[in-house]
Design a protein around this ligand. Sequence first.
Ligand SMILES: [Zn+2]
Length: 266
Amino acid sequence: MNYSIKQTVRSSARLVAVLACLVAAAGCHTIPRDTVTQVSTIDALLAGAYDGVVPCAKLATLGDFGIGTFAGLDGEMVFLNREVYQVRADGHVYRPVGTVTTPFASIVEFKGDFTAKVDSGTDYPAFQRLVDASSPRTNLLCAVKFEGKFRHIQTRSVPAQTKPYPPLVEVTQHQPVFKYAELEGTLVGFRLPSFVKGVNVPGYHLHFLSKDRQFGGHVLSFEVENGVVTLDDCHQYVMILPQGESGFGHINFNQDRSHELEKAEK
Ligand SMILES: [Zn+2]
């Protein structure tokens, strides 16, 4: 074997070793801590970009906790313990197959940093003050999980849309609203800093799933009977943007849609 062949053999062996390491690393893939991964942007959703970007089956590789919606705006997503729940406009909770896609979602591997007891009578504004007091670093990304009992809670969902998709603010004018009383469940969501404006929802964005997995939706208001809130401060932010032929590339992001967001989400 001459020198150059030996070199080639050595290089090939090294390449195989490197590839083996990469494969091994992928096999024991660990999700980075304190990292919020989001699909697309809220302004794209407001503009009517409802085509799916990421299959639901992939969400479990990004974390175990989060919220979002589905292709065609077919309901509100609650992602809890790596399970995807779809709260459709008929008020029922479905379990979509892994090939169903999401056009907008925010996901984290939830590891609680703080917990606080939530007293009887706490409503949504008081809940926000409690979370802000428990996790005062409001310029970080805070994942918010509450488990407990509600005196009442009001949620909404959104009806599935067909093309040409109308803007979100038009869809939510016809949103079904659901009111529940005396039930247990989980709030899943985020408190995000003001600088995410245009990218995600600044402030609080919570979805609800009942303990029996029968009810849920995007949270409009509530009053707690009792429970505990757990918070996960996150300092890393990853975005997955739509590629290819999606309409994402043609949206005018110069437009300030914060007024539309206020109407659509609150
Ligand atoms: Zn929502």
